[in-house]
Design a protein around this ligand. Sequence first.
Ligand code: LLP
Length: 385
Amino acid sequence: VVDAAHINARMDAFEQSFPNAVRAYAAKAFLVPALAAAVAERGWWLDVVSAGEARLALEMGVPAEHLIVHGNYKTPDEVLLAVVRGAGRVVVDHPAEVTQLAEAARLHDREVDVLLRLNVDIDVETHPKVRTAGSDVHFGMVVSEAASAVRAATGPVHLRGVHLHLGSQLRDPDVYPAAMEAVAEFVEVHRAAFPDVVDLDVGGGMAVPYVRSDPVVPVGDYAAAIERGAYEAERMIGPVRILIEPGRAIVANAGVTVYRIGVRKPGPEGVPFLAVDGGISDNPRPALYGAEYEAVLARRADEPHDHPFRVVGRHCETGDTVVPHAWLPADADHGELLVVPATGAYGFSMASRYNLVSRPPVIFVESGRERVVVERDDSLPGLGA
Ligand code: LLP
């Protein structure tokens, strides 16, 4: 269940804090037609990473020139789509991609505007699985590779700037200026190959609170740090245009997942298990990243939630945990609705049909009204509906 007003408020906050940046929403966090339409209406750009995300966006009226096309492996079809439709920016992840883009562009008589994704080796504090900086990470190019991409970018391929994405859930805004300086150094070396105003895309990664004890980092703190980075970069390479790609910071706190408790059984050390009608198939984050959430009983939210529980899913997986350390009323039991807040990002978008359980619907609520924006999916693979 998604609070549409919350998404709007977050987009407002980014517009106020980053008035001069190109604001692109990272579709991978959560993309449904209603959200793509809001992106189009506000004139935001969209960071897409597959033909699927791009097609949904185009269908909902996001202009192709507002798409930032990502991917460490873009299929030939995706390269073609980006070139033929005229994506705003294609983010080159390895030098050979420049050649692929040039071939497609020549064949279809198009021009392509690219950013080079640099892998900046700086220390980033976050979960290793969502860190995208460092030599052990398979995204982007180290300086020597990026230099050959610069040399390859000729003819219909136009170098517009550089891209970096350090990782997700970055609670320290100061990592941005540090990385921006590193990529500016690269641009400085190859200054003649770049245009007068260089695009400096700093990616996403702005953190959100998942549980009450998590710190809240204001959007303005990221803006101030990124502005500092831009100032330093401009001293080195002249005018830059900043692009940002927040994903979870727009949607994470807008969504809650509503489960029904089906089973209560004794657990270790007096902490009972509660099994709900979902789990790893609608939110793989606890299993993948050890992500923590809170839980609340929908109809008894004002009662003391002071008894420990372990909320698990319904899948055939020992790792299928929904809320590993939940606090609920002591008598919480089957039949009740259990709400898990802060599931608006990377839940629906990473959902699967594991065990052929249905994929839950997505419901937007706004001004007291509800609207089903995605129907429940209980189709049978290979058999259709
Ligand atoms: N830009 C690029 C190039 C990215 O790779 C990502 C995320 C973003 C922007 C948006 O990052 P955000 O602002 O949402 O942190 N499934 C993981 C997150 C993977 C993020 C991948 N890239 C999770 O659930 O935490």
